[in-house]
Design a protein around this ligand. Structure first.
Ligand code: XMP
Length: 521
């Protein structure tokens, strides 16, 4: 269900070519925040695909490679023949410079973080900007010599060529990152490119989308039946609400209670969707099967695989019980699509095998319905609000597919799950009470595989250790540990050791990502 038109009107698209930067998705988001539709494709995209997309402009992203080395990615030659505006960012600028006959060098002084940009020539790209502005840099290479026919637009103290443009063609390049919020005028620069240079129309609006998606779903599904795995997370919940609106009782949702959910979560999900939203939801009580399959397993990757496989088996057997299902709906969103795109240019390395429902076995032959496939998380959330999903559900912190399974370090037992559920619920309850829940991006507790000595009254207590983890992040790719107030942490710690007999000690995780990941496993 590719988004190409709103109300049958084709809309202006900005193509972002990905050279592997961690910020590529942010570029597309920023463009969409300005109400212009944007899609990301790998730098080695097929030429015909570019023509099909018929973009109004192209942005070349940053990337981890060095153009000074051989066999590193280059912008496809065909984009220069289209005669449409191009903006190169960071690596995108360097490859433009190299391809146009300029010279790029690795410099001894790598530039990370804030820099003051001094604009030296007038350019549409810098319309409405002062001559000096703060920008965010992250590079080890830089353009040393301008290509022929290019002029210098701006410099920083360490990068003499920090922005350039072609003298006649609409090709622009900047060394800094306008897509990150640390670049003060980043939004203005992106909008200058979109509106003053590409002359794109701001016609991408989430409100039009619900009606359009409902219409598309009806056309595809007709009178057939659809099955959806409902996890209670934002993506599957919004998919469920959208499908329900489109096809009503032809949608059946299966909610698998794997016993690794947060305290009270199964009840809450069922209440929201079955009772309040009147959805057709079947609950599969599968706690025992998961526990049995997880017995004696302490390796994190194996746990993820076992949980993922068990989930599919259960979902599969529930699906078989239902007759005449023709479609499988999935809450796939745009970052999932990009992360799993198997291009050679996809620089993402597998750090953990994330568990998401990969679909049912081939013999079931269900067609996929993925109505959120081209949307970002915040767009999905906005859609959820419009669809009447309670705000508390939409604004909950993310919860990993394998659930508490990857927050109990070592082997998983029923007792450990229940200790962790209690600790987690105390931590979250206190965060909400103190108005801190929305200030952190994700918070949870971890049950460590060590015991420690404590003393209660005159008794020695050799008991469990709970780790508290809270992070602040924009995109979950990098994160800073949250600087929660000491008094707050003290209160949470007191409550946990006093209310949970099996726990004698609480520690706070002060690791950032990288090098640590957000979850412990
Ligand atoms: P890490 O631990 O890799 O986590 O820094 C980044 C974000 O992803 C979530 N996460 C998962 N989500 N299935 C998911 O659906 C998984 O297997 C999984 N592992 C981690 C994590 O909670 C954080 O928000």
């Amino acid at each position: 269900m590719q988004k190409l038109s709103v109300n049958n009107k084709s809309i202006d698209t900005i193509l972002v070519l990905d050279f592997g930067s961690q910020y590529t998705q942010l570029i597309a988001r920023r463009v969409r925040e300005s109400n212009v539709y944007s899609e990301i494709y790998p730098w080695d995209i097929d030429e015909n695909k570019i023509k099909d997309l018929n973009p109004k402009g192209i942005i070349l992203s940053g990337g981890p490679n060095s153009v000074t080395e051989s066999y590193t990615p280059r912008a496809p030659q065909c984009i220069f023949d289209l005669n449409i505006p191009i903006l190169g960012i960071c690596y995108g600028m360097q490859t433009l410079a190299e391809q146009m006959g300029g010279h790029v060098e690795s410099v001894a002084h790598k530039e990370f973080g804030h820099a003051e940009l001094e604009i030296v020539s007038d350019s549409r790209l810098f319309n409405k900007l002062n001559k000096k502005t703060n920008v965010w840099m992250s590079h080890g290479d830089q353009v040393q010599d301008l290509p022929d026919d290019y002029e210098l637009l701006a410099s920083t103290s360490t990068a003499p060529i920090a922005a350039m443009q072609h003298k006649k063609l609409p090709i622009y390049a900047i060394q800094f990152h306008p897509e990150v919020t640390h670049t003060d005028d980043g939004k203005i620069i992106i909008e200058n490119f979109l509106f003053d240079i590409c002359h794109a129309c701001a016609d991408w609006k989430i409100d039009d989308l619900i009606d359009q998606r409902i219409k598309e779903i009806k056309e595809i599904v007709k009178k057939d039946k659809v099955l959806l795995g409902l996890s209670g997370g934002v993506d599957s919940s919004v998919t469920a609400a959208l499908l329900h609106k489109a096809i009503g009782k032809s949608l059946t949702c299966v909610f698998v209670d794997n016993g690794l959910l947060r305290k009270g979560e199964a009840t809450q999900v069922m209440k929201t969707f079955k009772d309040n939203m009147n959805l057709n939801v079947i609950k599969s009580d599968s706690q025992d099967v998961f526990l049995r399959h997880l017995e004696n397993i302490d390796d994190p990757e194996q746990k993820r695989k076992v949980i993922g496989r068990t989930f599919i088996d259960i979902f599969d057997s529930e699906a078989i019980k239902l007759k005449n299902i023709k479609f499988l709906a999935q809450g796939t969103i745009y970052p999932d699509v990009i992360e799993s795109s198997g291009s050679e240019s996809n620089e993402a390395r597998v750090i953990k095998s994330h568990h998401n429902v990969g679909g049912l076995p081939d013999e079931m032959k269900l067609d996929l319905v993925e109505p959120l496939r081209d949307l970002f998380k915040d767009e999905v959330r906005n859609m959820g609000i419009e669809l009447g999903i309670p705000k508390e559900m939409l604004e909950r912190h993310p919860f990993p597919g394998p659930g508490l399974g990857v927050r109990i370090i070592g082997e998983i037992t029923k007792e450990k799950i229940s200790i962790l559920q209690e600790a987690d619920s105390i931590f979250i309850e206190e965060l909400i009470r103190e108005g801190l829940y929305d200030k952190v991006s994700q918070a949870f507790t971890v049950l460590l595989p060590v015991k420690s000595v404590g003393v209660v009254g005159d008794e020695r207590r050799y008991a469990e250790v709970i780790g508290l983890r809270a992070v602040e992040t924009v995109d979950f790719m990098t994160a800073r540990w949250a600087h929660l107030p000491y008094e707050f942490l003290e209160n949470v710690s007191n409550r946990i050791v006093n209310e949970i007999e099996e726990v004698s000690r609480v520690v706070y995780d002060i690791s950032s990502k990288p090098p640590a990941t957000i979850e412990w496993e």
